[in-house]
Design a protein around this ligand. Structure first.
Ligand code: URA
Length: 241
């Protein structure tokens, strides 16, 4: 990709465009080892090397992070009052990251944070039916009857019933523990599905989305970059569907 030097540096979080232009004009940037004072020169992001203040600045068109979202953060880019999931990603290069889909403020677990809009669009497209796997604690005994109802599809007050969902009962009792795989992403879907069978979700955590599985080493609030393998799997899912 060919882009202007000042945009290259701004994309990589080196400052605002005007700060960067000042630095370039002051002779603090070099391209392929030679100082340039021209913010507008075109850089080949695949081939050229860029330095600012003597530090190499490599270009990344896309960044992909797996976050274990903690309860109490909002699935947004910015918010006046609340900490957002993007605020938690501190060592990013790009300033155009966003969360792929939403988890409720009190939900924990897997959230993909990226600036790859095409990937996000495909993962979230209702037509793609990407699996989302959740773990939940439920007030009340979850039963085999619930399992059948979830598999059949439930009326949760929307125009259409939910698509068949796989409910696995891990513990059934006063507080039950379950895993649930759904293939849609409706607003408060898991909570509303349990409401429809007279039960309440008291803890919710997302474990998986398509081929991505939450890394068990990530504590709530921690994140890591996706591995190349995970990125390839996500992109091949895009093509398969
Ligand atoms: N379903 C819900 O009810 N809440 C979430 O955060 C995700 C799925």
């Amino acid at each position: 990709m060919m882009i202007r030097l000042d945009k290259y540096l701004a994309d990589m979080g080196a400052g605002t465009r005007s700060e960067i232009r000042k630095s370039i004009r002051a002779g603090r940037a070099a391209v392929n080892g030679a100082v340039t004072k021209r913010p507008e020169i075109k850089i080949d992001t695949e081939k050229d090397t860029v330095e600012l203040n003597g530090q190499n600045v490599s270009y990344e068109a896309y960044e992909y992070f797996m976050l274990n979202k903690p309860s109490g953060t909002v699935s947004a880019v910015t918010d006046r009052q609340e900490t957002t999931v993007v605020n938690l990603i501190r060592d990013r290069k790009r300033d155009d990251l966003f969360p792929v889909g939403r988890l409720d403020k009190d939900t924990e677990g897997l959230l993909l944070i990226t600036n790859d809009g095409a990937l996000a669009h495909r993962l979230l497209s209702p037509a793609k039916h990407v699996d989302k796997i959740y773990f939940a604690r439920i007030r009340g005994a979850v039963t085999e009857e619930d399992k059948k109802l979830f598999a059949r599809g439930l009326d949760i007050g929307d125009e259409k019933p939910t698509m068949p969902a796989d409910l696995t009962i891990c513990v059934s009792g006063e507080i039950s523990e379950i895993t649930l795989t759904i293939r849609e992403g409706r607003f408060h879907q898991v909570k509303r599905m349990f409401q429809a069978v007279g039960k309440e979700v008291i803890y919710l955590k997302r474990l998986g989305m398509g081929p991505l599985i939450l890394d068990e080493h990530l504590k709530p609030g921690e994140y890591r970059r996706l591995t190349d393998k995970e990125v390839t799997e996500l992109c091949s899912l895009e093509r398969k569907q």
